[in-house]
Structure formats: C-alpha cells, structure tokens
Design a protein around this ligand. Structure first.
Ligand code: SAH
Length: 340
C-alpha cells in the first residue's frame, strides 16, 4: 500500500489513468491533501464512490507520529516515529522572514564525517517521499502556522536518496501542493559529484549548498571520507558546471573547527579556490557534542577568518545559532530514540 503523500502530481495522474479513471482527479486530490488537509477519505466529495474505493484499497493517508517535541526559544525539535519503529528528527526555526523547517532525508547516514553526531549511526534506510513530505505537514499542523522555508540539512545525505528527494521537491513546490517557492528550498550535500551534475538539469530553482569545510584535499579527507571518492577539484569542477547551467549562486558551508581548519592560511587558501566562483561562504560555529572531540573556534578567530574572506571579496556570513540547548543544532540530530 502506497502512502498518498508520496505521489507527485504526475504520478497521481498516471495512477488515476492506470485504474481507468480520469487524470484531472489528481489535481483535485492534491487540493484535498495539501489545501484542505483532509485526514480521511470520507471527506473527499468530488471523486466518485467506486474510484474512491479503489484509492482506499491501494493507498493510505497515514500520518507520521510525533513522539517528542522540545522547545528552546525560537526553535522546536520534533521526533518522529516511522512505521517501522525507526525515528528521525526535524527542526522548526522561527525567523523574522518566516518559519523554516530542517528535515531529515535518511535514517542514519553513511558519509561518516568525523565531526557530525547525526552520522555516528550508519544508514539504516532512505526515507520514503511521504516521510519527507509529512515531516513538514505534521510540523505545520502542530505549530499552526505556515512553513515558508525548507532546508534538507537534517539527518542523512540527501543526494544519497536522490530520486525520492526530487519527487519530494516537486510535491512541496507545486502550487497545488505545499506551494513552497523553489528559492525558499535549500538542499545541502557533502559533495556527491555525479548528483551535483544531475541536479544542474533539475528544472526547479532550488538552492544548493555544499558542505566544504576545508580548502584542500589533505585536510578535507582527514575528516570527510567522501573526499577520497570525490576530491575537492572534482567538486569544484561540478559546481562550476552547475553554475554555468543554472546561472545561480551556491553556498559553501564551512564549519569552524578549532585548530583544524580555522587558520589564516586556511582562509587564504579558501579564497584562492573560490576566486571567481559565484558563491558565498556560510561560516558555521561548530556545535560541540559529547561523543566527538572537535572543538569550536573562538568567536574572535571566526571574525578573523571572516575578515580575510571579506577582504578578498568573497561573500561571507556567519550562521546564526539555533537550538544548541536542545541538541537541535547542525550536526546534533540523531536517528535513534534511545539517544534523545
Ligand atoms: N549530508 C548533508 C546534509 C547535512 S547538512 C551535508 O553534509 O551537507 C548539515 C550541515 O551541518 C552540514 O554542513 C554539516 O557538515 C554540518 N554539521 C555537521 N555536524 C555539525 C556540528 N556539530 N556543528 C555544526 N555543523 C555541523
């Protein structure tokens, strides 16, 4: 049985045709799911009974279960139980420009970045499309206000769940779906080169962020195993192709790790490799976690690093910190309930 929140509009159209029904029911159903937010098939009034019976037989409307909510000022962290008893987390951030949700894309993660808590548990499985869509729907329902921005930066490597990710984007972006503007959606990858290249051809204008974290291969490989498969030069070449095709700008995320990647030399090397690329750098104060020994760079050192980038005309911001007190910040999410 397929969950209805996992269908894109085109897939629903195909489905209706496959059961000998009409294509236009797809749009009606989308509107029931995402505009009227039904919770049972009984609420649907414009699809005839026999067709509804088939729909009910083939598909479910099952929501996700929120099993825990933690709050800290402008942040709420939600723990979801999936139907196979696995768990993932998502985070709601209240900004002055709107409400943003950071969602997970996998249970566990295989990328093995040494600094990341979320990746300490190996990938168990990819999230299904409906499990991604429902993280947003459930939070919106519980919170009672519209979610205007979505970032795929929770647990998992989204480009390691690529097909589902694209369907998810189509659903949340569609005007009859969640109608979240593509420019309000961001996906972050640790640098899976073939998928960056494929993403360049995806028609929606979704923002791309790359977890860079180091300006050379020796350093990057020392804490990001993915760099051995896709070294920096290949990542940068893929980004250049992406930029040329899409005419957009990318974000490079750079976690500030004390005495590891935060020196003046690193900043200068970073400027050299980013020179001429339409991008900006988001410096992320590292969130320390109990199980990992990396430490956070001091604010003054972050500012020095920032200044070097500025002087070299590289766009740079320092990420506002959110949710540290409830372990809802970057790299602190977990997919195992017992750990929470
Ligand atoms: N796998 C994807 C999506 C995760 S996004 C990716 O790597 O981009 C999460 C972002 O938070 C990434 O940039 C990640 O490197 C960063 N991050 C991980 N652990 C962190 C920590 N402890 N403190 C701050 N940022 C962290």
């Amino acid at each position: 049985m397929k969950n209805l929140y996992g269908f894109s509009l085109e897939q629903l159209e195909e489905y209706f045709l496959s059961i000998g029904s009409k294509k236009f029911h797809a749009k009606q159903l989308f509107s029931w799911l995402y505009e009227k937010r039904i919770t049972s098939f009984e609420e649907i009034t414009d699809i005839k009974k026999e067709t509804l019976e088939i729909l009910k037989r083939d598909c479910s409307l099952e929501p996700l279960k929120i099993v825990d909510v933690q709050e800290d000022e402008d942040v709420l962290k939600y723990l979801f139980a999936l139907s196979d008893q696995e768990h993932v987390e998502a985070v709601l951030m209240k900004h002055d420009y709107g409400n943003s949700v950071c969602i997970s894309s996998q249970v566990g993660c295989n990328m093995g970045c040494a600094f990341c808590e979320s990746g300490r548990r190996k990938k168990v499985r990819n999230l299904e499309v409906h499990e991604m869509v429902l993280q947003i729907l459930m939070i919106e329902k519980e919170f009672g206000k519209r979610i205007s921005h979505v970032v795929v930066m929770g647990i998992g490597e989204p480009f390691d769940n690529y097909e589902n990710l694209l369907t998810f984007f189509k659903i949340i972006n569609h005007p009859n779906g969640l109608a979240i503007g593509a420019r309000h959606i961001t996906v972050s990858t640790c640098g899976i080169v073939p998928k960056i290249l494929e993403f360049a051809d995806f028609p929606l204008q979704i923002n791309l962020a790359i977890s860079l974290h180091a300006p050379n291969d020796a350093l990057r490989s020392s804490f990001m195993p993915i760099n051995k498969a896709y070294p920096l030069e290949e990542v940068m070449d893929a980004v250049k192709i992406y930029l040329k095709k899409t005419n957009r700008r990318v974000t490079f995320e750079y976690i500030m790790l004390k005495d590891v990647n935060d020196s003046k030399e690193c900043a200068e090397e970073l400027c050299r490799i980013l020179k001429g690329i339409n991008c900006y750098v988001n410096l992320i104060p590292y969130n320390e976690t109990e199980n990992i020994s990396f430490m956070r760079t001091s604010t003054i050192q972050i500012m020095r690093f920032y200044d070097i980038l500025k002087k070299n005309h590289i766009g740079v911001t320092i990420r506002r910190e959110f949710g540290g007190n409830i372990s809802a910040a970057c790299g602190q999410l977990r997919s195992k309930k017992e750990d929470v």
